[in-house]
Structures are given as structure tokens and as C-alpha cells.
Design a protein around this ligand. Sequence first.
Ligand code: ANZ
Length: 818
Amino acid sequence: RATYDIEATETKWQRVWEDLQPFRADDDSPREKRYALTMFPYPSGDLHMGHAEVFALHDVVARYWWQRGYEVLNPMGFDSFGLPAENAAIRNDEHPDTYTRANIARSIESCRKYAASFDWSRTFNTSDPDYYRWTQWLFLKFHERGLAYRKNSPVNWCPNDQTVLANEQVVGGVCDRCGAEVTKKELTQWYFKITDYAQELLDGLDELEKTWPDRVVTAQRNWIGRSEGAHVTFTLHAADGERDIEVYTTRPDTLYGATFMVVAADAALAAEIVHPDRAQALEDYLVEVRKASDIDRLSTDRPKTGVDLGITATNPVSGEEIPVWASDYVLADYGTGAIMAVPAHDQRDLDFARTMGLPVRRVIDTGDDNPEETGVATSGDGTYVNSGPLDGLGDKASGIRSIIERLEADGRGSGAVNFRLRDWLISRQRYWGPPIPIIHCPVDGEVPVPEDQLPVTLPVLTGADLKPKGTSPLGGATDWVNTTCPTCGGPATRDTDTMDTFVDSSWYMFRYCSPHDETQAFDSAKVNAWMPCNLYVGGVEHAVLHLLYGRFFTKVLNDMGLVDFREPWSAQLNQGFVINQGKKMSKSLGNGVNLGDQLAAFGVDAVRLTLVFAGPPEDDIDWANMSPDGSLRFLQRAWRLSGDVTSAPGADVSGGDLALRRTTARTVHDAAELVETYRFNVVVARVMELVNATRKAIDSGCGPADPAVREATEAVAVLLSLVAPYTAEEMWERLGHEPTVARAGWPVVDEALLVEDTVTAVVQVKGKVKARLEVSPDISEADLEAAALADAGVQRAIDGATVRKVIVRAPRLVNVVV
Ligand code: ANZ
């Protein structure tokens, strides 16, 4: 059997595409615009199976849009700042830029071979000074608006690696890289005030819910973590006098059951209010507390620890005096950092009460056994007891309302909303990121670098200079650090921190709209013309941080008047993982699949087709169960059709074989809907069916000269161009057309071919099928009834009896009741 030479074909078409540039997006095109964005990669090596999957899926949509006549923006760049490049540079004693650029060059080469339809004229790297100049400019704009600020805060600190760790990097109190015991350290850090937008970020999800994956929307809602409750003020009797302290609670209605208070042990408040006799105990306890991560601290099954602060507070509704404790299960930076403990109805409070021998008082009778005896707090609904004026009430909402009203009347509290979302810590004490464009002056304080002095470029440091030392490596570049104050001209120093890589990726989608603009971050008119992105394809691991930060940036840019929309990504699709033998690919398991090897063995098209055909895009793909060789056989089979067609291009198809024409029309019609609903695997299945039908028509039906065969084969080529671009080009050429099939246009479907000619109507008499009639799909109820009653078999079944009722459901069913 004839086959095509994979390697020669790939080389041939890469040259043609290089020449024709079929995917270059024209800002001024009169066509309707579509923006297909896929998450840009981190250039830590060459492309791998995961990239192959996401680019193949993404390309189906981008290429489909071109075929449908849209002007498509489908850009690609590189998220090139960050730790891997820096660590590689330390290892190899080189500059991170060297490592980064080598990987980017390889990845671009691989993307080209892979025939991803990216517009390479718009590519950039976030580590290019031409890009990070504008990242710095955006920082200054945020600063101007009070959205970038510095504050002291306790951060996780690894004394061995001399670096800050994220909460996720502290496992069981030790550093997950080196095993050293992690401590907390107070550091001055830069933050973006994302909390100003908490409510709006939450509200926006109601609309996005319609077009974003559920798991992403849910993850964002949980992360933002809105809760409603109240602030309640207790009077505290400290050794040096009285003071008010406020707690945040979601259950103000349980106030009569508050039998003690707990203050976060590491909050400044604890040290301020502790009785002098208990100060040493608190001090000792804090040493232990600093080792735990927030995740550990909030865990319910962790043994409770704490210190009695030796003072009391007065409950604002009952007047009761209750003891005040410090513990680590209360977090310093959530709510007010202090709680009223209601052990009967909150499990962590109950565990604490039982450990410390504190009283438990039930205030809601839920019908369950008493928590004091069972050790299980009851959080359900019930009737209030031991609660003064609330006693006997059975409704939580009124209970909450009533207590809040009372607190407000007494000036001891008010209704309140709380968010779990914290401000975004953006400073890093590392080298490979955009320097924060601030100058510290002993006279003028924090002075923004004037815009015309941007970018603040990184000083060139290599190898050992980059090693983490506890402060930013930039601090060692003395010539760079020492500068003059833009305000007073006196000696001053540069801020030595760099920005988190998530800052770079929060605005890259805007930059693609005018990537080479040297005068501004982006051209607003162009951005407004292309955006919001019609589709964003990428990994679900970015469900929270990246996607939330990008939304936040968009809202700020809208407030600045720079863009006319408030959400950057209208629709979103998350692909699954490519796994092998049921497990995630990993070096230690030795089950990695090398993309280059697969491409060499089966060709680009077969690998792409396999990934698209594997199942719904969201599902994981187990490469061990795939058969790229089967994909290759199918592609060759499709390709052979193009060699068999004998009619000329442009042949009149109207008289062609009707059955095949109907199959073609139905396939093309359905494929459009299937692509739009991301059921790409079904598109492939339908193309396979069309290939089979065409083969049959050639071999044992109307024959290769029938124009319906050409029509079908051309449709196969265009549909395959979404998934297997090389095979599709070869077919198109053999069918006598000029390249490129990628821009051939979606096949025009004759609507008449989609209409079913007849449908079968079933006629029942006394519940038994007595006739089947071929009728028009749009037959009226009256006509169908008449036709049914005229049928000889039906008449025989009625056999002269009186027809009592005829139930007609046109066009499929008639039921005769006698
Ligand atoms: C009394 C109470 C009674 C509570 C009850 C719950 C149930 P969300 O929904 O997450 O906002 N809390 C408040 N601040 C805290 C902090 N800094 N660290 C740890 N826990 C804190 O949770 C709010 C509830 O978590 C608050 O309502 C408080 O406990 C606790 F039957 O107050 B509650």
C-alpha cells in the first residue's frame, strides 16, 4: 500500500508555512477577531508530552477559527524569569540568561516542527528588558494607586537555605528541600493589595461559571473565602488596665456559649496583654509555634497546645468573666487574630477546652448528645438554650440577627464580612526577576524610579553571586545598589528585591496585542479590539493563583482607564495530564515518555491525533493505552483517498452520490458544533467514519470518478487540518489545490442534505404495533392520523370496532384506542 514519507513531508511543509505565514494575525483585518490563548511555558527544557497535549488541543480551536473565517490571534511566548534558570546558573556557574535562551530556542524549534499554529511574529520572553520595563511600569502605577505597599510580616524561613519558603514548602515543620527546621522571620516585604478587589473577584465568578470549568470556579471561590458574621468587642482586664478587644465570629448567636477567649500566640496582641507572671511561659511556647505552618495550625486532628495568659475578659452580652488563652490554632492574620471560643459548637474549641480543662456550655439544643460528654461539637440547627433572650428560639438566622442588633445598640459589635484572601506577597529575595523600581532615600523615603529611567535592568551576576544568602543577591552588586535619589539628588540605594514571576504572567496576554510597542505596555485600542480572550487553554494547577492574579490586574487596568473590560478570559478549558502505565511520569519511576522519540517514530500528525482522539480534553491520557501506530495507519488511509479521486477540482457535485453527500454534509455540520463544545475526540471519530464511507464509495459504490467522492475527500482534508496538518496539506495538494489547506475555509454545507427525507411512524392498535409508515418529518398531526387509519393492516386490526380515541405524536407515533 502507498504511504507518504513522514520526515520528507514534515520538512517540505514547514518550509511552505514559513513562506506563507498563514497564521500571522493582522490587527487591521476586516474579519471578526478571535483570540485563542494558551498558557505560555516556563522554558526549563525542551517541550514534553504535556506541552504536546495542550498545544494539540488548543490548535484544534485556533485552526478551526481560521477555517471559519475569523482573524485569529494565537500567540506564544515564554515565562522566562524564575528559580529553575537561577538554580541551573548556580550549578553551571553561568548567567541565567544563557540557560534561558538556549531552552527557548529549542522550544521554538520544537513548536515549529509540531506545527502549532502560533504567530511567532509576536513572541517575547518576560525576562527581556523590553518586557520587564513594562512590568516595572505597572508596579509603579499600582504604587501610585496605593495598591503596592510594604509591610513587616512573619514569613517561613529556612535557616539552612537562607531563603523564604512558601507555606506549601513547609512540610511537618521542616524545609521540604533540605529537612532543616523552619522558623518564622519578620521581613519587610512588598505586597499587592488584591484584597481591595475580593468582593468583585468573587462576584465575577457568577458570570464566568457559565464558560469556565467548575473546579476552577470552586477553587477560586474557596480561595477568596467570603464569610459573613460579626465583630464582637470584649472588655479585657489586663495587668496594666482595661482595654477592648475585638473578635471575628461567624456565629455571634452562640455568644452565651463563649466560655473562654483565644488570642493567636504569635500576634503582637498576645505579648501586649499577657500577665507578667505568664510572660515567660508564652515566650517558651512561641519557640514551638514558629515551627508550624498555617496548614498544620488549622488542622483539626492536631493535638491542641496553648498558654493561659493569666487575665480575663467580659462577655458583652452575659457580663460573664472568661479566661483568655493564647494558642497556635488561632491565626494572627485572619479575622482579628482573636476568637471567642464556643467549645460546645466548634470542634477545635472543644478539643482545646478538653485538653486544658476549660468549661463547655451548650447553647443550641440540636437533639444530639451533650458535646461535653461525647467530645463531639454539634454544629447543626436546633433550639437556643442558656442564651438569655434567645432561649426557645429555633431559627439561626433570627438568632444571629437578634444578637447583632443588640451588639450594635450597645456599641459592642456589628455585622461583618470577612475574606480568607490575603494581599499578594510579590517580593522575592532572588536574582532572576524584575527588580522592584523603588529607591530608598534617607531623606525622601521610598521614591519611585522616574518612568523615563525604566527599565531598571538587572546587574550582571553569575554563579556563586546568585547563591541565596538571606538577603537578595542584588544587594551584593554595590555599584548597582548605590544610586542617587531622584527627588533630592542625595545618596540613596535601590530596592534589592525582585518581583514574583506571577507578576510577569498577570499581564502577558495584553502585551501580545502590541508586542513590539516601545512607548507603552500595550496599545489600548488594540487590546480592546482583540480582548477579552475568547478561549484560554491550560493546566488546572493554575486554577487559583495565576488566574486570580490575571483577573485582578485586568480590574486595576480597567480602573486606570487602560482597557474597557474587567475580565481577561471569557472561556477556559483545562486539559488532563499525560500519564504512563497508570502513574504520573517521573524520573524515579522511570516511566517518562520522551516526546522527541514519539515524534521520530510516528510523526507529528500521528502523535497529535492520538492525543486529541484519546478522550475528552479534561481527562488524563495514559500513554501506555494509546496506539500512535493505529493513528498513523488511519492517517495513511485518509491520505490514500486523495490519490484515488479522479474528478477535477471544482467539479459540480450536485449530481453526485446522494448517500455519500449526506454523510459528508452531516459530518461537517456536526464537527463545527463538536469543536465549539470541546468534544474534539468525537470530531476525530466522525472523520474516521467519513473516511470509511468514502473508501466504500470508491471501492464498491459510486466509484472514484463521482464528484461526491471528491467532496468527501476535500472535507476530510479540511477537518484533518485541525489535528493533522501535514497529512491534510499532502491531501490538499494531491487533490489539485494550492496550499495551504489551513486557510482553505470551512466546507459549505447544503442545508437540504441535512434534512432527513422520511422518518418511520409507528402505528399501534390496542397497544400492539400494527404498521410502520414512511412519512415526511414535518407531516401534520391530521395527515399522519389519516394516513394511519387508511393503512390496510391497521384497518384489519380495528376490525370494525368503534375507534374511541386516536393519540398522535407526529411524526413518530400513532396510538389507536378502540
Ligand atoms: C465562634 C464560633 C462558634 C465560631 C461556632 C464557629 C462556630 P470562617 O468561616 O473561616 O470565616 N476564627 C475566627 N478568626 C480566627 C482565626 N484568626 N484563627 C482561627 N479561627 C478563627 O471562620 C470563622 C470562624 O473561625 C469564627 O467563628 C471563629 O470561630 C474562627 F459554633 O466564632 B467562630
